[in-house]
Design a protein around this ligand. Structure first.
Ligand SMILES: Nc1ncnc2c1ncn2[C@@H]1O[C@H](COP(=O)(O)OP(=O)(O)O)[C@@H](O)[C@H]1O
Ligand SMILES: C=C(OP(=O)(O)O)C(=O)O
Length: 504
């Protein structure tokens, strides 16, 4: 039993190099072997697993900054530490690095029971190996420790204990949450966002456009950052990062995961998303909660184990991956929404962008709370992993983008309209993004929405997506939405008034 009271520091955990019962940095092959009893091997020779927990347990997650910890919370850390220290346990420990930029790079250490090698395998493929630097973040994940999940995060110490959940996303997000927290402590901001670089060569000459996409889990960051926009050489797209970035005061958008992506696979279609489909059917992928028959046939179209089916795909297996994970310069920021009263794209002023950031309008997806799929939600920064004041987060976002000459847009990747809704499909969003990158969208003021919306987008019939035409009593719905937005923003005491005053 550890003598420690409270939250351990990373250095309080046993040294995996010298502790006999800890298997340190096993190979991918070994990690796979430890979970062979849980594996169905796919037709592509990749391993596939089914987990008991198939999404994050957000309601069971507390952090010491926002929630305040009592003895019970501290006991969760002691439980994790005791388990790692106990020589009777078969412990594996894997080190990885999150982030490559010198101002946003941290060594992460994950401890797990050996039989859950599959979690370490999937997670280790997302990140890059560490090179012996001191450890910054530690997570202990013990899926069988409790009947109900309990996830406790101590941001300043850099440690997380996950009890009772075997979902790989808990390990993944435990480190990314702290990566974002450290970026904020250093004057930047962690973003739940992906980034890409689009190279264009058209009548306006050769140029590169850096794009960043902020969105809630399951709303399109990976899909849109990985998509090649159907461009042909010498034009092209590079996926730089798909999930979490750090906006540094210099304007650089530093990436976090240098090894792979944790993509959603339900409905993954070879024609619609060729790059991701190829990567998910590569031997190097790790599948979770995907329908795989006993003979190894993979069925991405079947929600056999729920809709939050996932694959870890390697950047090396993804055609659109860039070598780097940092975007030196961002030109365009897209807020992904799923609010049915929003058009497929609207152009925002810098002040409206800070409003969009704060509103974080979306709907619940299978990655968040599967029991509430489709319900409207607001999450500041579309980032459920913020630690600390949300209002200050909005002020920081506005201050950081104020000096960068950015174009900001909100895009709706869900349905437009409530009474006669129409889905904005991936192909339509991709056309909108290509139009925005080339500067070929014609804009007009929409008096109903009080926003700038497209009158023309090359290759799609944008008139099909008129919001007011698809809502029976649009005026009443829009008035209610505006006042709801305003009272929501009023809840953030420390949000600067000039941001709240720009509510659209
Ligand atoms: N217009 C759209 N744009 C992006 N994704 C869409 C769109 N319509 C439907 N989808 C689906 O939504 C899901 C988005 O998941 P993903 O890209 O993994 O989200 P994230 O990376 O934000 O967690 C995919 O299953 C994708 O096929
Ligand atoms: C892993 C998760 O996040 P994302 O969908 O952003 O990959 C998750 O929320 O479970």
């Amino acid at each position: 039993m550890s003598a420690l009271k409270g939250v351990p520091k990373p250095t309080d955990y046993p040294d995996p190099e010298t502790t006999e019962h800890v298997t340190y940095n096993p190979s991918f092959a070994d990690l796979r072997a430890y979970s062979s009893h849980l594996e169905t091997t796919t037709e592509h020779e990749s391993p596939s697993y089914v987990s008991e927990y198939r999404s994050r347990s957000s309601a069971a997650t507390k952090n010491a900054v926002d929630d305040g910890f009592d003895d019970d919370d501290h006991a969760a850390f002691e439980r994790g530490l005791d388990w790692v220290e106990n020589p009777d346990n078969d412990v594996i420990c894997v080190d990885r690095v999150v982030g490559r930029h010198p101002e946003a790079s941290h060594v992460c250490r994950l401890y797990l029971p050996k039989e859950y090698g599959r979690i370490a395998l999937a997670w280790a493929k997302l990140l890059e190996p560490a090179d012996g630097e001191p450890v910054d973040f530690v997570t202990v994940q013990l899926p069988d420790a409790t009947d109900e999940p309990r996830i406790r995060v101590a941001p300043d110490a850099g440690v997380t204990t996950v009890l009772g959940s075997d979902y790989t996303g808990e390990a993944k997000k435990s480190f990314l949450r702290l990566f974002m927290h450290r970026a904020k402590r250093r004057g930047g901001l962690g973003l739940h966002a992906g980034s890409k670089r689009v190279t264009l060569d058209d009548e306006n000459g050769r140029r590169e456009v850096g794009q960043v996409f902020l969105g809630l889990s399951g709303t399109g960051k990976s899909t849109l950052t990985s998509h090649g926009l159907w461009l042909d050489d010498p034009e092209g797209v590079e996926m730089i990062q798909d999930d979490v970035c750090a906006l540094l005061p210099s304007g650089t958008v530093a990436g976090s995961e240098g090894g792979g992506l944790y993509i959603k696979t339900f409905g993954l279609d070879a024609d619609e998303q060729p790059e991701l489909h190829d990567a998910a059917t590569d031997e190097s992928a790790v599948l979770e909660n995907v329908a795989v028959d006993d003979d190894g046939t993979v069925r991405f179209d079947e929600p056999r184990y729920g809709r939050n089916a996932r694959a870890v795909v390697r950047r090396s297996g993804l055609d659109s991956s860039a070598d780097g994970i940092d975007l030196d310069r961002v030109d365009q920021v897209f807020f992904i929404t799923r609010n049915p009263l929003m058009p497929p794209i609207a152009r925002l002023s810098a002040e409206q962008a800070a409003v969009a950031f704060m509103l974080g309008e979306s709907v619940e997806t299978s990655a968040g709370d599967p029991s509430r799929i489709g319900e409207s939600i607001r999450v500041v920064g579309t980032n459920p992993f913020i630690v600390g004041s949300r209002g200050e987060e909005g002020n920081r976002f506005r201050n950081l983008i104020a000096d960068l000459d950015l174009e900001c847009y909100v895009i709706n990747t869900g349905a437009v309209g409530t009474d006669d809704p129409v889905d904005v499909g991936v192909e339509e969003t991709v056309a909108v993004l290509e139009g925005a990158a080339r500067g070929r969208i014609e804009w007009e003021r929409d008096a109903d929405l009080d926003l700038e919306v497209p009158s023309e987008v090359p290759d799609i019939d944008i008139d099909r997506f008129g919001v007011a035409d698809r809502v029976d009593d649009f005026e009443a719905a829009h008035t209610a939405l505006r006042s709801e937005r305003r009272s929501y923003l009023d809840r953030f005491d420390d949000l600067d008034d000039e941001i709240a005053d720009r509510t659209y």
